[in-house]
Design a protein around this ligand. Structure first.
Ligand SMILES: *[C@@H]1O[C@H](CO)[C@@H](O)[C@H](O)[C@H]1NC(C)=O
Ligand SMILES: *[C@@H]1O[C@H](CO)[C@@H](O)[C@H](O)[C@H]1NC(C)=O
Ligand SMILES: *[C@@H]1O[C@H](CO)[C@@H](O)[C@H](O)[C@H]1NC(C)=O
Ligand SMILES: *[C@@H]1O[C@H](CO)[C@@H](O)[C@H](O)[C@H]1NC(C)=O
Ligand SMILES: *[C@@H]1O[C@H](CO)[C@@H](O)[C@H](O)[C@H]1NC(C)=O
Length: 374
């Protein structure tokens, strides 16, 4: 309860400051048009939610589709101005360090965290925050409720300051304590605008045979959403996050029917994991595929291919417009809040090769054609 007193005081104080000084303690607008510094006021709409990790390729996104961009690990004024000129939100990345997870039950820690984020949002003319905490938290740990409270308080304060601001939270492909992340997803969903479901890294904890397989198998992916829906989380609060990247696995052995055995690399209690491979951007996958032939696994509705590198056999599992169509189509049919990808900068935006240009274009074109209301 103390925390709400303090949090409420912060809101009063900030709201008071904004009221008292219409030109608030914000830096001057860096945009060519001053109105581009205004946060986006569009009410809830279907989302095309993009994680940006670079400051130099976002101009090539399909801005007729993009509704929200997370600036993941950087801040760019140019991107903020540009996104706002296109009616898209730009949001912060919210993180809690592994060493701070134990502090989550502490209201003072949370107040401090929320205040820091709000100040950043205002200073940088932004529209909200995407909370990405991927630390393991056991079901009985007090940090579990602490995390839910953090999300609740963040939303409370962000919405108090800007009712059109957006607070979102990233969750694993299934709610079942994936990678030891036993978060209270039901109450977290109630405490924010929507969840971004990371329908990838589905091989982070392999319990069956230690073999290479799809990063985002259709059945596994849809099974995850069924579980979220069964918990009572509305479809409208789930954004489907898909991979615009894949995994390259060195094979210990490749059988005639394309089963690639991989090294046993344990992860959070599982004997084997996708850490035996490496994540590869879509553009590099396309380059590596030039000497190989794309194959299709119809069980997983996923493409893959085998290739040689330095005398070593590899198997690459990835997603492309064909595999993504299955997922996007389902997201639309089920009335999910939208789709998004990790991440928007895996494509080749600088090539002059028409074949590669087309590959980039097709990835954006495969996204659902939501009517981008503004
Ligand atoms: C982009 O980021 C790099 C590395 O952090 C930095 O050197 C460069 O100045 C930035 N460019 C822009 C346009 O912000
Ligand atoms: C969030 O906090 C408010 C204020 O304390 C409370 O009324 C609300 O029930 C909380 N929501 C959830 C989902 O915990
Ligand atoms: C390795 O692959 C070969 C070729 O398909 C197969 O004959 C052999 O049984 C495999 N060995 C193991 C240990 O899986
Ligand atoms: C494809 O094969 C050619 C000729 O063997 C080789 O020079 C090139 O490096 C290969 N490319 C890739 C991406 O493996
Ligand atoms: C897909 O891959 C899995 C794992 O290697 C294999 O068991 C399955 O038979 C494959 N399905 C098809 C249709 O190739």
């Amino acid at each position: 309860m103390r925390s709400w007193c303090v949090t409420a005081a912060l809101v009063c104080l900030l709201a008071g400051a904004v009221l008292a000084w219409p030109a608030p303690p914000q830096p001057p607008c860096p945009c060519a048009q001053p109105e581009w510094c205004n946060p986006v006021k569009t009410p809830p709409r279907k989302e095309v939610f993009v994680f940006a990790v670079r400051n130099d390729t976002w101009k090539h996104y399909d801005w007729d589709k993009v509704t929200t961009v997370v600036m993941f690990g950087f801040y760019s004024e140019e991107l903020m101005c540009y996104a706002h000129s296109k009616g898209a939100r730009v949001v912060l990345k919210g993180d809690v360090k592994a060493s701070d997870v134990a502090h989550l039950p502490d209201p003072l820690f949370r107040d401090d965290w929320v205040i820091t984020q709000v100040a950043l949002m205002l200073k940088q003319h932004m529209d909200g925050i995407n909370i990405d905490i991927e630390q393991a938290i056991p079901a009985g740990d007090p940090a579990r409720d602490g995390l839910t409270a953090l999300v609740n308080e963040t939303t409370f304060v962000f919405h108090a300051i800007n009712s059109a601001s957006q607070v979102t939270f990233d969750v694993a492909w299934s709610p079942d304590c994936i990678d030891g992340r036993c978060y209270d997803v039901v109450n977290i969903a109630k405490s924010c605008d929507f969840l971004f479901v990371m329908s990838y890294d589905e091989r982070s904890q392999i319990t069956g045979p230690c073999v290479a397989s799809a990063n985002s198998a259709l059945e596994t992916t849809l099974g995850g959403y069924q579980e979220y829906l069964k918990l009572g989380i509305p479809a409208d609060q789930l954004v489907m996050g898909v991979p615009w990247y894949g995994y390259d696995y060195p094979c210990l052995n490749l059988s005639k029917d394309d089963v690639c055995s991989i090294k046993k690399v344990p992860f959070r209690g599982a004997p084997c994991s996708d850490a035996a491979g490496r994540q590869v951007d879509y553009k590099d996958i396309m380059r590596l595929m030039r000497n190989s032939s794309r194959r299709w696994n119809d069980t997983f509705k996923s493409p893959y291919f085998n290739f040689q590198e330095g005398g070593q056999t590899h198997q690459m599992w990835y997603d492309d417009p064909q595999s993504l169509q299955y997922k996007y189509g389902w997201a639309v049919k089920q009335g999910l809040r939208g789709v998004g990808m990790w991440h928007g900068d895996t494509l080749d935006y600088t090539t002059t090769d028409p074949k590669v240009k087309k590959q980039t274009q097709e990835m954006w074109d495969s996204l659902p054609k939501y009517h981008k209301k503004s």
